[in-house]
Design a protein around this ligand. Sequence first.
Ligand SMILES: Nc1nc2c(ncn2[C@@H]2O[C@H](COP(=O)(O)OP(=O)(O)OP(=O)(O)O)[C@@H](O)[C@H]2O)c(=O)[nH]1
Ligand SMILES: [Mg+2]
Length: 429
Amino acid sequence: MIENSESLLPRGEIRAFTLGVEDESLNEMDRLLQTLGIQVVGKVNAPVRRINAGTYFGIGKLEEIKNQAEVEGGGTDVFIMDVELSPRQLQNVEKALGKPVLDRAGVILEIFSRHARTRESKTQVELAKLQYILPRLVRLWSHFERQRGGGGGGGGGANRGMGEKQIEVDRRLVKKRIGILKQHLLEIEKERRVQRGSRNNLMKVALVGYTNAGKSTLLNALTESKVLVEDKLFATLDATVRALNPDSHPPVVAIDTVGFIQNIPTSLIASFKSTLEEITEADLIVHVVDASSDHAREQYETTREVLKELKCEDKETMVVLNKMDLLKGPGRINQSRAVIPGAYRLSALDQAAVRALRAKILDHFKAKMQVWDLVIPYTEGKLLSKIQQFGAVGQTRYLEKGIFLQVKLDESLAKKLGVQKHATNPKSK
Ligand SMILES: Nc1nc2c(ncn2[C@@H]2O[C@H](COP(=O)(O)OP(=O)(O)OP(=O)(O)O)[C@@H](O)[C@H]2O)c(=O)[nH]1
Ligand SMILES: [Mg+2]
């Protein structure tokens, strides 16, 4: 059995030496590692002019880093490469450095797997991880064997002297497990679709944005609920749905979603497909940006990029600059305004401002409502109660052929309810 499908890193106190190609991304890597409780003992920014096909960084650079880690980061346990390495590059770099190596995708996968809580996100993450591990099995075996000796962690200590044959067996087992997980995911996705179907008549607002922007905090504030909020990257992996205002016409729900980050393989994003479908099906996107970040603009752009990949860039979107309470002084406030012109600025901790945002969201939907004159036959009781639930009913008269209603209803909702055919004069008023 693959010994360590649940963790790409040894547990316990780990000291990491990081190597990257860009300052901002490297600093973000510090935060990612902090989320994993890993101490960074050394960090080098070494932009590469030409990527080495075999090792990404040049061999000379790797030698240099190895020496530097020995001098500065005495006791380095693991090297983190803040880039995307191919399986072969990973293996070669590991050989050159003589220590386990993890790339950016590996680090993010590790965070995902520690933060996954529901059956769906656990399955998604395990699948993504096995797909990541499969082409890297040779290398993982060699370092886990060395790392764990016969002892710690995953059990199965009788794996010494593993040969090609054993790797072949493991590959088959991993492939089999991948097949099973895919099957599970299909079933879970089916359930999710049914759930989503039952929300078909509601208006949906999806809170999207860079990781740690404050999406969950804002969802809680907007809906007075208690979704997990943490000062960690990728605290949320599941789409949580909460009523924003069940009494409004139409009823509106808000959906919390997984955060985005720069430089991750699209395959990783794709593993959250069904969670992300909540975004593609939303009627309105609230794009939350952390105004207090020095990289607010870049984070905004990254999120826009992902939305584009999801083909959601043309969806109606409200940009919210959050954490305004952390900006002190008029200069900084102006600066944040300039970051994203026209954005709605607030602090998720400011109740009055959150109430105003909620009103703005509800107004957005109200503004799209039209007045419909309908005659509902007396036999259509179900339709009538739906219209009463989802639309704002004004005048009512009982006629011979049915009930006459003047009702304010969103056009898309009217379509979903199939009322056009009953409308005597939909464009009136
Ligand atoms: N000062 C301040 N802190 C905030 C505000 N909004 C959120 N935070 C803090 O920012 C951190 C991240 O908040 P979350 O709501 O978990 O962020 P998220 O966007 O859901 O993050 P992920 O789920 O990890 O993608 C937490 O420590 C929050 O308490 C705000 O308006 N002001
Ligand atoms: Mg969250």
